[in-house]
Design a protein around this ligand. Sequence first.
Ligand SMILES: NC(=O)c1ccc[n+]([C@@H]2O[C@H](COP(=O)([O-])OP(=O)(O)OC[C@H]3O[C@@H](n4cnc5c(N)ncnc54)[C@H](O)[C@@H]3O)[C@@H](O)[C@H]2O)c1
Length: 248
Amino acid sequence: MTILFSLKNQVAIVTGAASGIGYAIARCLSEAGAKVAMVDRAEEIKSAAQNLGNSAQGYVFDLANVDALGELVEQIHHDFGRIDILVNNAGIGMLEAVGEVQLTSWNATMLINMTAPFFLAQHCSRFMKMQGFGRLINISSQASVIALNEHAAYCASKSGMASFTRVLAAELGPFGITANAISPTVVETELGKRYWHGDRAEQMKQKIPARRFATTDEIAGAVLYLSSKEAAMVNGENLVVDGGYSVI
Ligand SMILES: NC(=O)c1ccc[n+]([C@@H]2O[C@H](COP(=O)([O-])OP(=O)(O)OC[C@H]3O[C@@H](n4cnc5c(N)ncnc54)[C@H](O)[C@@H]3O)[C@@H](O)[C@H]2O)c1
């Protein structure tokens, strides 16, 4: 019997996989049969990988270290023998009103949410081209398609990510590689709850046709689909997983 969305014999890299959405993605891809290289700056990435068993390995790495991304990818390729899927999930949000935005927080947001994901995709795509197969998946945000107060740097970085995703799709498509973004609404992780709590969260839910926030598994499910062979013709999309928030 055909099993849809099987990732047997595939190797995935997931960044920011120690917690939140990233951990759910790593677990989901592992359950679908993939071997998973889990990357995070937090030491907990080691125990998070152990939780997933022998098919996962944790790498302590700070993505701010952009110059060393090539070495990281080489190491993972050496450890696993191939790289089929990259999920650029790690991200940060430093929330400031327009008049308060600092250059340091602006630059840090761009570095982690946009620059590091792009260069990781660049390094992984070299191996994917040789294999004639690859899936580049960028976890963007609803902030890539709508405005959110106090999110100027975050919105800009996530729009930038959705934009370079389309260029990856256009340039790398001929090599059997797809590139897509996923743009969730609020997910109740550490990052999500920092801003969206109390009355602000309740008011936000009322603006979402589904009347709730998304779960980490709902984002992982979207990643699984886009990682699969079945999604070969989905290329350059920004899949908005927002319960309909952005359509009204
Ligand atoms: N939670 C939400 O409401 C929401 C909504 C839309 C999009 N997103 C996006 O989803 C992604 C995951 O968000 P989350 O809510 O799970 O966040 P989180 O803060 O709960 O987890 C993020 C993980 O990334 C790691 N990380 C952060 N900076 C890093 C760095 N420099 N190097 C290596 N690892 C680093 C953290 O250690 C952490 O384990 C982010 O890109 C975020 O922008 C989140």
